[in-house]
Design a protein around this ligand. Structure first.
Ligand code: ADP
Ligand code: MG
Length: 364
């Protein structure tokens, strides 16, 4: 009687079984959700599976026979080389890497390599973890926001009281200041104003004492905001183009807070167009009881590396920036159970998208 191994295979596989077994492994390779490369000891790619083709946007025909190092962008080669050096040293290694795939947004991958899974053949397995990384970033961001929000109220009030005294006394001194010292006086007042504006932004972080959510016309809020900023826009040669869906449902919101968000985004848009341009504002009704607001500028845009930093406290690229405007805005949108994101092309401009639920009480 033939003995079975513990896997249930007969010890001596007849041809037919061998084929079945080979087919099985081929299917596992092809249908795996993780991307896989098989390569030989000359770093030549022997096979890649379907998931790998999809994730990297490569085709099997074009890739088989090429060197592993050829398919990576120049600036990643060193990183990849180090990974393979460790593989040769220890037999296996795991790393992660960030790629631009076809000019798309950056994607994050975890990958591991094992040597000699069969003689002369090595395998690299990788997984697209972009979504996971993004969720983690979001979580970290909103955690930081919460902590800062709590700190903000306390500290800002503490600073505000001595500030009021300082401002008062400085004003008293104005008339008695010698002419040659007026420069100092100007610097002191302008710096005090700056501290004041930072504190005000900080205070906004703390939950307003009286949150009054009410049903409001979002279009009206936007119109008031644009009226408010029109003079500043004209001064910088910036025009507004607006397109609002009609009719729009009323939305349950804290109107002053939303206005603050729009002011922040539009101010930023004006500031990135030193030579003028257009700001396009749209408001439209989406499915699932959502309102979509977009604010688009024609400014210099923001790089892929920096776009994830938007909304982080104190992230600023401006000499006199505070890096608080977007943080406050992100927080307010979060409190409305909405979502805010930015899309940007360097040299062309940036669009901020806000999605707000019409009645967020139903969602919380
Ligand atoms: P601040 O305006 O004080 O710098 P914000 O929080 O408003 O602070 O913005 C943070 C940073 O985000 C800016 O310094 C800028 O680098 C970037 N940013 C914001 N809006 C835009 C935009 N429309 N286009 C390009 N970069 C932007
Ligand atoms: Mg700003």
């Amino acid at each position: 009687m033939e003995k079975n191994t513990h896997l249930g295979f007969k010890r001596e596989l007849p041809d037919n079984n061998l084929r079945v077994s080979e087919q099985m492994y081929r299917r596992i390779f092809e249908d795996s959700m993780d991307g896989m490369f098989l390569w030989n000891n000359q770093y030549q790619i022997v096979n890649i599976n379907f998931a790998a083709e999809q994730m990297l946007g490569l085709s099997k025909e074009r890739i088989i026979g090429r060197s592993l190092f050829e398919i990576y962008p120049e600036d990643k080669k060193q990183e990849i080389r180090e990974h393979f050096e460790r593989v040769y040293q220890y037999g296996e290694n795991s790393s992660s890497i960030v790629f631009d795939i076809r000019g798309d947004k950056q994607r994050h991958f975890d990958y591991s390599t094992k040597r000699e899974i069969v003689e002369g053949l090595n395998v690299t397995v990788f997984k697209d973890i972009t979504e996971k990384v993004e969720i983690e970033q979001q979580l970290r961001k909103s955690e930081t926001l919460n902590v800062i929000g709590e700190l903000a109220a306390g500290i800002a009030h503490e600073i505000r009281n001595p500030m009021t005294a300082l401002k008062g006394f400085i004003q008293l001194l104005e008339s008695s200041i010698k002419k040659e010292h007026t420069m100092y006086y100007q610097v002191i007042t302008s710096e005090l104003e700056r501290i004041d504006s930072i504190i005000n932004e900080f205070l906004l972080l703390a939950k307003p004492k009286e949150i009054r959510f009410q049903e409001k016309d979002i279009q009206q809020i936007m119109k008031e905001t644009i009226d408010l900023l029109n003079a500043q826009a004209l001064l910088h040669n910036v025009q507004f183009i607006t397109a609002y869906d009609e009719p729009l449902p009323l939305i349950f919101c804290e109107p002053n807070q939303l206005k603050k968000v729009f002011v922040n985004l539009i101010k930023n848009a004006i500031e990135v167009m030193p030579n003028g341009g257009a700001i396009t504002v749209t408001i439209s009704k989406e499915e699932n009881h959502q309102i979509h607001i977009s604010i688009k500028d024609e400014g210099f845009g923001i790089s892929k590396e920096k776009i994830n930093k938007l909304g982080e406290p104190f992230f600023t690229t401006k000499e006199r920036g505070t890096g608080l405007g977007l943080m406050v805005s992100y927080r307010i949108i979060e409190e409305h159970k909405g979502v805010i994101s930015a899309e940007s092309e360097e040299g062309k401009g940036t669009v901020f998208h806000i999605f707000l639920p019409v009645n967020h009480m139903n969602y919380s």
